[in-house]
Design a protein around this ligand. Structure first.
Ligand SMILES: NC(=O)C1=CN([C@@H]2O[C@H](COP(=O)(O)OP(=O)(O)OC[C@H]3O[C@@H](n4cnc5c(N)ncnc54)[C@H](O)[C@@H]3O)[C@@H](O)[C@H]2O)C=CC1
Ligand SMILES: O=C([O-])CC(=O)C(=O)O
Length: 307
């Protein structure tokens, strides 16, 4: 029997991440190839015409899984009945800025949208905050939507996780799908800690630790970490815009693993923390005292199986 459609909200849908993300959702990349979806797209009034253009393209692409599109500048209409909310709306940083430099503009957006989600989203709505500073925006959203369970409010560190996989794959000239179990600790900022201490690569003679195969601790403890930490800035320098297709794809990975699970490998996501960080996968739970991140920010890597 065909599944009931799930309603997926994308805020900032007329922007560059939105433009890359909505076709991925409509194709089943986020929720599965047998899951019909109704897309709710929100943007601000100055972007209404562009938003309508995105809607026209979604119609023109004739996605079989796409059962409806709500394109609106009304936050209540956008949030009504949504099962998944991907919060991309906000302002990106420009070259030379840190992500925290867009905080004052973006944080106020998350207060208003939290209230609308709290009042109108479906029960158990799962929220992913992408807009920067992603951890802080997620914290604001959680505070202003107290009836949404805190475990349902997350932010994106999967892009950093995927970047770490990509760097290891390039360094070792192996397929990225053969690299697993990197961890991103801390915030989606230049203070994050990409950790390869549990990471392995599938080889013809079994799984091998990344540290053993790379055999260059100076690189792993130095250039590798700064490359992942600074990758967003490097993309801005090269493209003059911040990353979009990789952010959209990583948002799909985040929600897919969360909703569809079960996980076999470690994945990284920002979740609410009481000051500790926990990394767990399969049945193994490894608590680590928080050495970075700020108090009550969302900053841990976790297996969704435990959530
Ligand atoms: N967490 C992560 O890994 C990443 C986060 N980002 C962040 O994602 C955000 C979006 O990036 P882009 O799509 O490149 O920016 P963009 O400027 O292309 O698009 C943002 C969209 O949000 C809309 N918007 C602004 N205020 C809004 C509001 N109150 N309600 C709904 N929509 C609103 C804008 O009109 C625009 O269409 C930025 O904050 C960026 O820094 C970007 C890449 C990775
Ligand atoms: O760096 C930025 O501003 C955009 C972003 O968060 C990323 O690409 O990681």
């Amino acid at each position: 029997m065909a599944k009931e459609p799930m309603r997926v909200l994308v805020t900032g849908a007329a922007g560059q991440i939105g433009y890359a993300l909505v076709p991925m959702i409509a194709r089943g990349v986020m929720l599965g190839a047998d899951q019909p979806v109704i897309l709710h797209m929100l943007d601000i009034p100055p972007a209404a015409e562009a938003l309508n253009g995105v809607k026209m393209e979604l119609v023109d692409a004739a996605f079989p899984l796409l059962k409806g599109v709500v394109a609106t500048t009304d936050v209540v209409e956008a949030c009504t009945g949504v099962n998944v909310a991907v919060m991309v709306g906000g302002f990106p940083r420009k070259e030379g800025m840190e992500r925290k430099d867009v905080m004052s503009k973006n944080v106020s957006i998350y207060k208003a949208q939290a209230s609308a989600l709290e009042a109108h989203a479906a029960p158990n709505c799962k929220v992913l905050v992408v807009a920067n500073p992603a951890n802080t925006n997620a914290l604001i959203l959680k505070e202003f939507a107290p009836s949404i369970p805190e475990k349902n409010v997350t932010c994106l560190t999967r892009l950093d996780h995927n970047r770490a996989l990509g760097q290891i794959s390039e360094r070792l000239s192996v397929q990225v799908c053969d690299v697993k179990n990197v961890i991103i600790w801390g915030n989606h900022s230049s203070t994050q800690y990409p950790d390869v201490n549990h990471a392995t690569v599938k080889t013809s003679s079994g799984e091998k630790p990344v540290r053993e195969l790379v055999a260059d601790d100076a690189w792993l403890n130095g250039e590798f970490i700064t490359t992942v930490q600074q990758r967003g800035a490097a993309i801005i320098k090269a493209r003059k815009f911040s990353s979009a297709l990789s952010a959209a794809s990583s948002a799909c990975d985040h929600i897919r693993d969360w909703v569809l699970g079960p996980l076999r490998d470690i994945c990284s996501m920002g979740v609410y923390s009481d000051g500790h960080m926990v990394c767990c996968w399969t049945d193994l739970l490894v608590p680590v005292h928080a050495a970075w991140g700020w108090k009550s920010s969302v900053s841990r890597s976790t297996s969704l199986k435990k959530r």
